[in-house]
Structure formats: structure tokens, C-alpha cells
Design a protein around this ligand. Structure first.
Ligand SMILES: C[S@@+](CC[C@H](N)C(=O)[O-])C[C@H]1O[C@@H](n2cnc3c(N)ncnc32)[C@H](O)[C@@H]1O
Length: 280
């Protein structure tokens, strides 16, 4: 019944979401839900499940309804006002680990536009010997990122700051450049808003989604321009790209004297831009 209800409302993965929401309402995980099929449901559990399904039927994202989303194998708290972490962003963590895991010294990493803190917290935990900062213009995001770091026992310095000037402040405060800057910046062109799923368009924050009108490359360009001053000579930039951005990203990088590679995600989409300063 729950599944049919969500299907009628146009929810894509209706069966999975119905299972997730019903198990959440009963305080079980999905496996326990099947193991306890015979257990009678109390009327308050039923009311709770109904409320969650109604919210999802209005196309509120499942992660906002349950208040959590898994990222790189860990549960992150999420809520309205802050972007829900996406699985394709995990590729930035994979590359960050490959670049820095064997450094043999403490490395310095900053995440611009940290949102829930998923990248900064995960890198802090995965890299171990690292000092990590996360910045965001949204105070709600920074508050949530701090909460996630505390819950997951990661040491990250989160701060409210605007754009690359926030990173420059970190570099001047610590008295030296960074080894890695990561970012999943807003890269959707505002004129494409109508093509987004209702879950994204109606529930996720505009500040997290949209690049300045007519300039989807704004953040990549800003990071390439500022990166020269902010990174060590061997330092790296890892930036998530939007649909069809890779070709422009490569040419922006070569025009500015960076060696760039673009990594594909599991769906074969060119997703993560990596750059180091070209030699000479
Ligand atoms: C696409 S979201 C990424 C969030 C998170 N890093 C993730 O991958 O789930 C972009 C983030 O950039 C932040 N942002 C937008 N404009 C900004 C600015 N001028 N300075 C700093 N952060 C900004 C948004 O608040 C949002 O949290």
C-alpha cells in the first residue's frame, strides 16, 4: 500500500522509499523490517508511518524526512536548508585519499561550500594526519557540519565565510598554503531550474544549487585563479563538475597554467575535476 501510494505520487524509487520510511517509523532498519513482518503495529507507529509517507508523497526528499543520509559509509544528519550529500561526491574523497594518504606528514585541507560537512568530515577521518577546514556562506550549513563532525568524532574547523576569501583567511592565519582544496560548488544554471526534480527544486536550498546566472563556471574559475596563492606548488584542487562542464573546465585550466584531469563517476559522467599547477 505504501509503495503504491508513493508510485501514484510520482516517486521514482517508490518501493525502496516505502521500506525506508516504514522501517524508520517503526525504529527498525530495513532488514529488521522483513524479519519482524509478523509483529503487530501500534496505532502510534501507524500514524507516524502515515505522516512520513504523506511528506514523501509531497515529494520531500527521503533524507529530509528521515533526517539522515549515508556518505562514504557513515550516517550524516541532514535537514532542510542544507544540501543532501550525493553518492557521486564520494569520488572527491577517493581522489583526496589517493593524493594525500601517503604524505607521511600532517597535511592541510580545506573544503569550500561544505554544506553538511560530508567532504570535510570524511576527509578528516579518512586521512587521519590532516588539519581540515570547512567553509560555507550559510550559517545553517556550518551549524549542521559542526554537529556532524561532533557526532562522527572528526576534528574540523568550520566557519561561515564567503567564497575564496574564506580560504585566503585560513592560509594567512595558519601562515602557509594548503595541500588540497576540495569543493562541490553550486554549478546549476538558474535558467535550468525547471528541469530539476521536484525534490531538488522545491526542497533543497537555492544557495547550494545555483551558480550565478549565465556563469556556471564561476566557482571553478575562482578556485583556479585563487589556487595559485592558496596551494603549495604541488598542491591539488578537486572540484565537482556539473553536466557538460568538463570540456570548458579543461580549457579554463590550461589557459591558467594548470594540468587538469577529469574523473568519471560510476555512471560514466565526467564528474570530478583535478588540477595541479603545471611545471615551469
Ligand atoms: C552543492 S552544495 C555542496 C555541499 C556539500 N559540500 C556536499 O557536497 O554535499 C554547495 C555549498 O556551497 C555553499 N555556498 C554557496 N555560495 C557560497 C559562497 N559564496 N561562499 C561559500 N559557500 C557558498 C552553499 O551554501 C552550499 O552549502
Amino acid at each position: 500500500m505504501a509503495r503504491e501510494f508513493l508510485e501514484r505520487k510520482g516517486v521514482e524509487e517508490a518501493r525502496l522509499d516505502a521500506e525506508l520510511l516504514v522501517s524508520h517509523a517503526l525504529g527498525l532498519d530495513r532488514l529488521q523490517l522483513f524479519l519482524e513482518l509478523e509483529r503487530p503495529i501500534t496505532s502510534s507507529e501507524l500514524d507516524r508511518a502515515r505522516d512520513l509517507l504523506v511528506r514523501r508523497g509531497r515529494r520531500e526528499p527521503t533524507a529530509y524526512v528521515t533526517g539522515k543520509r549515508e556518505f562514504y559509509g557513515r550516517d550524516f544528519v541532514v535537514r532542510t536548508g542544507v544540501l543532501i550529500p550525493r553518492p557521486e561526491t564520494e569520488l572527491i574523497v577517493d581522489r583526496g585519499r589517493e593524493l594525500l594518504a601517503g604524505a607521511g606528514r600532517e597535511v592541510a585541507v580545506a573544503d569550500l561550500g561544505t554544506g553538511s560537512g560530508c567532504l570535510a568530515v570524511t576527509l578528516a577521518l579518512e586521512l587521519g594526519d590532516a588539519r581540515v577546514w570547512g567553509t560555507d556562506i550559510s550559517a545553517d550549513a556550518v551549524e549542521l557540519a559542526r554537529e556532524n563532525a561532533e557526532r562522527l568524532e572528526a576534528e574540523v574547523d568550520f566557519r561561515v565565510a564567503d567564497g575564496v576569501s574564506g580560504l585566503a583567511a585560513i592560509v594567512s592565519e595558519r601562515g602557509g598554503p594548503l595541500d588540497l582544496i576540495v569543493s562541490n560548488p553550486p554549478y546549476i544554471e538558474p535558467s535550468e531550474a525547471d528541469s530539476l526534480a521536484p525534490e531538488v527544486r522545491e526542497y533543497e536550498p537555492e544557495v547550494a544549487l545555483f551558480a550565478p546566472a549565465g556563469d556556471p563556471d564561476h566557482w571553478l574559475r575562482a578556485l583556479l585563479d585563487a589556487g595559485r596563492e592558496l596551494l603549495t606548488p604541488e598542491g591539488s584542487l578537486l572540484v565537482e563538475l556539473g553536466h557538460m562542464q568538463a570540456e570548458r573546465a579543461r580549457s579554463l585550466a590550461s589557459d591558467r597554467g594548470w594540468d587538469a584531469t577529469v574523473h568519471e563517476d560510476l555512471a560514466g559522467i565526467e564528474r570530478v575535476f583535478e588540477a595541479q599547477r603545471a611545471a615551469g
